[in-house]
Design a protein around this ligand. Structure first.
Ligand code: CP
Length: 339
């Protein structure tokens, strides 16, 4: 399968997502070899351009490219000429002029990876843009959950917390719904994006009940196969989205008491970084059924798979692009956001 880029999950078919997950299984095996490297991307130069802070995404893209034998260049806006006022367009055109083969881009602006691709004509992987999307996060989440729960068709995943600022929820909705999972969104009413019920990935359709949205975590808890806790993005909150951190934890946090009421087989996910004691209790984060470090490990395998299918995929097999929903408008969000 050949992918031209990865800007969003929205346009990917079930077959394409499953192929990426299956390739990631093979890539995980590379990480268990004595020499953790294959020559698939020898001679390819990939730029990891992070205009916004990151630990796991940035480092795992770097490791993924190195395990595929690609050359990598790291760009961080801090310490670069961006600080002197150089625009995104001039920055990516400057780097592209050095003869690189593609970009991995994280940026606070929704749609920035799309624009970088349009300007440079090079393949781009979206490593998180504003409140639009974080496609490799959704793929690695699916990978980690599938590894523990099996096929996600019919599995019930509840995504809980700060839906308003989260690009992770937008990508996860597209990925999980395409894979046939049942998704419930749980959040305080103030952290539910306006108009969410009309998003194509949420709305009901023929033979499809759509996504349930509720503020009552305790009603959902006993019925889930996976509970995905989202980070409360305090740095984005100028006003009062909830009365106090204690009240947020009591209403929507995965507390010790709620941990005890989770079904015995259910797994716990969090994209990281975590606010321990706010959206997730330390006992839940470190529990045997927590997939949080599995998600981090899956990030390397999934990002290897994505880079492989973009830069070394079979050009005679373009996959089945379901539609071209590669714009922020597809999910209706233009402003800034994070994980
Ligand atoms: N989940 C996630 O994107 O984490 P980082 O911001 O550390 O990359």
């Amino acid at each position: 399968m050949k992918l031209p880029h990865l800007l969003t999950v929205d346009g990917l078919s079930r077959r394409q997502i499953t192929t990426l997950l299956d390739t990631a299984v093979e890539m995980e095996a590379v990480g268990h070899r004595e020499v953790k490297k294959i020559p698939a991307l020898r001679g390819i130069t990939i730029v990891n351009a992070f205009f916004e802070d990151s630990t796991r995404t940035k480092m795992s893209f770097d490791l993924a490219a190195k395990r595929l034998s690609a050359d990598t260049m790291a760009f961080a806006s801090k310490g670069s000429s961006t600080a002197k006022g150089e625009s995104l367009r001039d920055t990516v055109l400057t780097i592209a002029a050095m003869g690189v083969d593609g970009f991995v881009i994280r940026h606070k602006g929704s749609g920035a990876p799309q624009r970088a691709m349009d300007w440079t004509g090079l393949p781009v992987v979206n490593a998180g843009d504003g409140m639009h999307g974080h496609p490799t996060q959704a793929l690695l989440d699916a990978y980690a959950m599938r590894s523990r729960l099996g096929d996600l068709e019919g599995k019930h995943v509840a995504i809980v917390g700060d839906l308003f600022h989260s690009r992770v929820v937008r990508s996860n909705l597209a990925c999980l719904r395409t894979l046939g999972a049942k998704v419930t969104l749980v959040a305080p009413p103030t952290l539910v994006p306006q108009g969410i019920a009309e998003w194509p990935v949420v709305a009901a359709g023929p033979g499809d009940p759509g996504v349930e949205i509720t503020s009552h975590l305790d009603d959902v808890l006993p019925h889930v196969d996976a509970l995905m806790m989202l980070r409360v993005q305090r740095e984005r909150m100028s006003g009062g989205f909830f009365p106090s951190e204690a009240e947020y934890a009591e209403g929507w946090g995965l507390t010790r008491a709620r941990l005890a009421r989770l079904p015995e087989h259910a797994v716990i996910c969090h994209p990281g970084p975590m606010n321990r004691g706010l959206e997730i209790a330390p006992e839940a984060a470190d529990h045997a059924r927590s997939l949080i470090l599995d998600q981090v490990a899956a990030g390397v395998s999934i990002r290897m798979a994505v880079l492989f299918h973009i830069f070394a995929g079979d050009p005679d097999d373009p996959g089945e692009q379901r539609n071209d929903a590669n714009t922020p408008a597809a999910t209706g969000h233009e402003s800034e956001g994070s994980t």
